[in-house]
Write a protein that binds this ligand. Structure first.
Ligand SMILES: [Zn+2]
Length: 190
């Protein structure tokens, strides 16, 4: 049996710098000679295409887009390319139990996994996958944003326009970061 991989989980609301943190780690890892692959969930048409994702502060990260309903191709790609580290951006867009299996498999194979995601949806309900992975992580980082209503540390994401689906891309909905005192639950556009 080889060495198990190390799981790092970065949690926080939107605008807390979660993607930025992944980009920083990506740069440090690659500079130090590690081979790194990054994955991100996208719609069904992506076919494991390579591209880039942007952080809110306009830096970018090279990623492989994976169909959001099926995280399993991550295992095939990792097997083929044999990276030292696997990064996953916005893990809450992937389904709970298949994604957990993928992460555990990577760790069993000795691949380090660093992933980020939202702990809470806009209703302040836990994303189960992120909540469980956060609990199981070898290393946890909780990042905070700034409340747009009072300037305090913001732990939650509030939807201020768009539909009421649990996961809605920023192209269809608008969000702000807020603290617990100022969080309101969006009821949909009238
Ligand atoms: Zn506040």
């Amino acid at each position: 049996m080889g060495k198990k991989g190390h799981l790092t989980v970065i949690a926080g609301p939107m605008f807390a710098g979660k993607t930025s943190k992944l980009i920083t780690l990506y740069r440090v890892f690659t500079k130090n000679g590690f081979k790194v692959l990054c994955f991100k969930a996208e719609g069904a048409e992506v076919k494991n295409r390579r591209g880039k994702t942007n952080s809110h502060d306009e830096r970018n990260l090279p990623v492989i887009f994976i169909e959001n309903k099926k995280p399993q191709p991550i295992l095939n790609i990792v097997k083929k390319e044999n990276p030292d580290k696997t990064l996953i951006d916005s893990v809450q867009f992937f389904p709970d139990s298949p994604t957990k299996k993928v992460v555990f498999k990577l760790l069993e194979q000795g691949v380090d996994v660093v992933l980020n995601g939202l702990l809470y949806d806009y209703n302040r309900k836990y994303f189960r996958l992120m909540h469980e992975l956060f609990d199981l992580a070898d290393e946890r980082m909780e990042l905070f944003a700034i409340c747009e209503r009072c300037g305090a540390r913001a732990k939650y994401t509030e939807r201020i326009s768009g539909g009421t689906k649990r996961l809605e891309a920023t192209t269809k909905a608008k969000y702000i970061a807020v603290c617990g005192r100022h969080h309101r639950i969006f009821k949909g556009n009238k």
